[in-house]
Ligand binder design. Sequence first.
Ligand SMILES: [Zn+2]
Length: 182
Amino acid sequence: MSPYPAWPFLSDPQHPFLSAVWAVLIHGVLGVFVLAPLIWRARHRASWAACAFAGGSILDVDHFIAAGSLSLHRIETLPGGRPDTHSLAFVLLLSLVVLVLWPGRWKLAAAWSCFAVNTGHLLFDGAGANEHLLYPWTGSDGIPWLLCPIGAVALCAASELLARHIYAPNRISRMPAAMAPR
Ligand SMILES: [Zn+2]
């Protein structure tokens, strides 16, 4: 794989605070985008969108753990690049845990949301290299940047399919009122 060296959207460790704000912002927007069809149909759009926005950055908690520090400068300049938990395998595992533990009928939507938001995060980071996307299978470090927009649109399209399934008329009639769409 050939990471695109000029991917201009990654944060700049020279400005740790601004970088962190930028990272939270862009991962949040991407999180909302990949789940947009589900968020749009939900009764509580704002809370769904807020969760997707916040969830967009959740994966970066691994930076703090790897650095053993709350220093923004240290988490943004980890030796060896991003932690190995910035990988598809970890995201799949996380989504499986959500699928197993999430109670009730929103299991699938919750697990998919976890997968889509975190995969969107990986695609964005991976476009700028220094990421072990396919850990533990390969040591590749990044993806061609075009995969980021293509992947985000594909995730959004999959959310649309899932939303159509979840909000199919015969299923809505069986939903508790709080969960039904507007
Ligand atoms: Zn990240």
